[in-house]
Design a protein around this ligand. Structure first.
Ligand SMILES: [Zn+2]
Length: 218
């Protein structure tokens, strides 16, 4: 089973990727993780990526594509994988097609977890973190509390910069402008499964699983 997962920040994409990974026994390939792995293992591409990141620059497409190719060729991806955070541009999508052709994979499923911008903003601006232990809570859970339920620190709740409204709006804008063309591309060539992400975690997982099992039976 080869999956590509799309979803805006805050929709719970990472959580779903983990659940699908456990359910199907296939690895969750997040670009952040495989980039760190390549740097740590000092692969040829990892060394180049590290030099670029040390200069404070973004890792260019050709290196990222190379790292994805190296990863998908590994034995652990033999029975499938879940790609998360890739492809992020049309160029990357076209490169991925070539990699899949090399690997003789002709059946990929694209899952697009959706949510309205306003709902995501509501969800994310409601988050509070504990300064002392880093745990994340929903504002509703802690609004009457003075003490962190995890580490028992006093008056330690705050709103992280990442959870402030203007920061979130900007991330959502960047997501939608970069992802839209990629999704359009896949809608032309593949079947994209849209899943409503604004439900309980279990329900989202079940909807993905049943959509996938319908696809396989058709
Ligand atoms: Zn705490």
């Amino acid at each position: 089973m080869q999956l590509i997962l799309f979803g805006p920040p805050g929709v719970g994409k990472g959580t779903q990727a983990k659940k699908l990974s456990a359910k199907y026994g296939i690895p969750h390939i997040s670009t952040g993780d495989i980039l760190r792995e390549a740097v740590k293992n000092k692969t040829a591409l990892g060394i180049r990526a590290q030099e670029i990141m040390q200069r404070g620059e973004l890792v260019p497409d050709d290196i990222m594509v190379g790292i994805v190719r190296d990863t998908l060729k590994k034995p652990r991806c033999k029975t499938g994988f879940i790609l998360d955070g890739f492809p992020r541009s049309l160029g990357q999508a076209e490169s991925l097609n070539k990699i899949l052709a090399e690997l003789k994979i002709n059946n990929i499923y694209i899952i697009n977890i959706t949510a309205s911008e306003e709902e995501l903003i509501k969800r994310l601006t409601n988050r509070r973190a504990c300064k002392s232990c880093g745990s994340i809570f929903n504002y509703k859970e802690i609004k009457d509390k003075k003490e962190c339920p995890v580490c028992h620190a006093d008056n330690s709740f705050y709103q992280r910069n990442d959870d402030k409204e203007d920061v979130i709006r900007n991330r959502l804008k960047v997501y939608s402008s970069t992802t839209k063309p990629v999704l359009q591309y896949y809608k032309k060539h593949n079947y994209v499964i849209d899943i409503n992400g604004l439900q309980e975690i279990e329900e989202v997982t079940n909807n993905i699983l049943s959509a996938l099992s319908n696809m396989k039976n058709n």
